[in-house]
Each structure stands twice: as structure tokens, then as C-alpha cells.
Design a protein around this ligand. Structure first.
Ligand code: HH2
Length: 265
């Protein structure tokens, strides 16, 4: 999954794709480089970020989703927790809703996804990005994330979204300290996570937990570190990795897949 943030302020690619034409070009280049999904986002959810009004977020993402969806054969996803933005993006051709709130922030989102027949990425977090760092407290991060994702999976099913349409995400860096993010990546194959019986998406790309190993390198310089995290995630059972540098991470993912399978090709 290639990350395409059409925002002025995303932590790793903010401002690069504010112009819709450039954003579409970047999305096409990601598909050319091997992305299986392009994830278009119009609101930064980095720790401490404020919220963007729905009409502004819709204005950012809708034209990009519409043009990309017409030109690529892979699914386009929309990275939003707002029902209104999701509805506009689905009407414009998106096939996946990537909800960082795991259906916690907007009670109308589940119904929008259910009625459209779209797939849903259900990510774990606690509290809005502005305050989520205050909620990074766990006695057993893997067990608590598994339990909370299980509860939200139930909410999705109650809203009419088939279980088969849901991909789970432990929410690397969302209401997590570096230790929590590292524990989740190291134990993605824990039986309590596996028991939820859904595919896993992980988004370690350029995130600040990587600094625990490499020091204070700015986000765009964290791609080698991201490659290591992507490899580890795949070896521990991740099915989808959400990354900024698609061409390089396609190579990383293919080699990790090959080694995990234990045979060439
Ligand atoms: N991380 C970010 C945004 N959306 N979605 C999922 N499913 N999983 C993630 O880990 C995830 C996500 C944050 O990264 P980015 O989009 O690069 O930054 P920003 O939120 O500043 O736009």
C-alpha cells in the first residue's frame, strides 16, 4: 500500500502533493513501481495533529481519488475516519476505507462502508491524534490491542460490514510508545492476534519508533530503517505494508515473502 498524503502537514510527505495533478502523477508512479493499493489521505494523524473540517478534507481527496481510480487497475483506498469524506471518496471510485479510528470516531462511518460494499481497514488506536499519546499505557499491549480490535470488529459486523471485508491493523505509533510499537511488530504472530482470523496491515514507514534504533534521523531519512521493520513485519505474518517509498519496499517485500515461503520466486 503506497501512502499518498494530499495534506500540507503530514509528518513524512506533507506538502509534496498538495496540487491534485502532482498527487495523481505520484499515485500513478506508485502503481508503476508495484503498489497493490494507493492510500489517499487528506488529514494528518501524526501525534498532536489537529482535525481538518470534513469539507476541506473532501476537497483535498475527492479529485485525486476520482482521477486515480479512473486510471489504475489496483484499488484506491481513502485514509479517513469521517463518514462524509468516505462517502465522497467511495462515490469517486475508492474501494477501501482505511479508518485510523477503527470505527470509534464517527458513528456514521460503519453504515457508509456497509452500504457501499467497500473493504475496511480497522486500525487500533485510543483517543484522537491530538491526545492519543496520553493513552499509551498498557499492562499487556498485545493482549489489549487484540481485545480492543476484537470489540471493534464486532462493531463493524453490527454495522453490516462482512467480517471478510475487514483487514486489521495494530496501529503502529497510535497511542503507542516506541516500546509498544516494537512489541506489536515483534509479536504480530501472537495467538491472540491470530485468533481474530483476519489479514494484517502494518504501517511502520518512517515512524518515530524507529529512532529508538537509529537516533534522531529526520523522517525522510528513515527508509532503510523502514525496510528492516517491513521485513520483520512480513516474517511475523503481515499481509499488507503501508509505505512511502514504494519501489524500494516492493523489493524488500518480495525478498521477505520469498524467504518466508522458503523457496525462490
Ligand atoms: N499511519 C498513518 C496514517 N494512516 N493507516 C493505517 N491503516 N495504518 C497506519 O499505520 C497509518 C495509517 C500515519 O502516517 P502518514 O500517513 O505517513 O502521516 P500523517 O498521518 O502525518 O499524514
Amino acid at each position: 500500500m503506497g501512502v499518498l498524503n494530499v495534506t500540507p502537514d503530514s509528518f513524512a510527505d506533507g506538502g509534496l502533493y498538495a496540487d491534485p495533478g502532482r498527487a495523481v502523477e505520484a499515485g500513478l508512479a506508485m502503481v508503476e513501481a508495484g503498489a497493490d493499493i494507493v492510500d489517499v489521505g487528506g488529514e494528518s494523524t501524526r501525534p498532536g495533529a489537529g482535525e481538518v473540517p470534513a469539507d476541506e478534507e473532501r476537497r483535498r481527496v475527492q479529485p485525486v481519488v476520482e482521477r486515480l481510480a479512473r486510471q489504475v487497475t489496483v484499488p484506491v483506498s481513502v485514509d479517513t475516519w469521517k463518514a462524509e469524506v468516505a462517502r465522497a471518496a467511495l462515490d469517486a471510485g475508492a474501494l477501501i476505507v482505511n479508518d485510523i479510528s477503527g470505527l470509534q470516531f464517527d458513528p456514521a462511518l460503519g453504515g457508509v462502508v456497509a452500504r457501499s460494499g467497500a473493504a475496511l481497514v480497522l486500525m487500533h488506536t485510543r483517543g484522537r491524534p491530538a491526545v492519543m499519546a496520553q493513552h499509551a499505557s498498557y499492562a499487556d499491549v498485545v493482549g489489549e490491542v487484540a481485545a480492543e480490535l476484537g470489540a471493534q470488529l464486532h462493531v463493524a459486523e453490527q454495522a453490516g460490514i462482512p467480517r471478510e471485508a475487514v483487514v486489521l491493523d495494530p496501529g503502529i505509533g497510535f497511542a503507542k510508545t516506541a516500546e509498544h510499537s516494537i512489541a506489536l511488530l515483534a509479536r504480530l504472530d501472537d495467538p491472540r492476534l491470530r485468533a481474530l482470523d483476519r489479514p494484517w496491515l502494518v504501517g511502520p514507514s518512517r515512524k518515530s519508533f524507529l529512532r529508538a534504533a537509529i537516533g534522531d534521523v529526520p523522517a525522510p531519512g528513515r527508509d532503510w530503517a523502514t525496510a528492516a521493520a517491513v521485513t520483520a513485519a512480513i516474517l511475523h505474518g503481515a499481509h499488507v505494508v503501508r509505505v512511502h517509498r514504494v519501489a524500494e519496499m516492493v523489493q524488500v517485500a518480495r525478498v521477505a515473502d520469498m524467504i518466508k515461503a522458503g523457496r525462490a520466486g
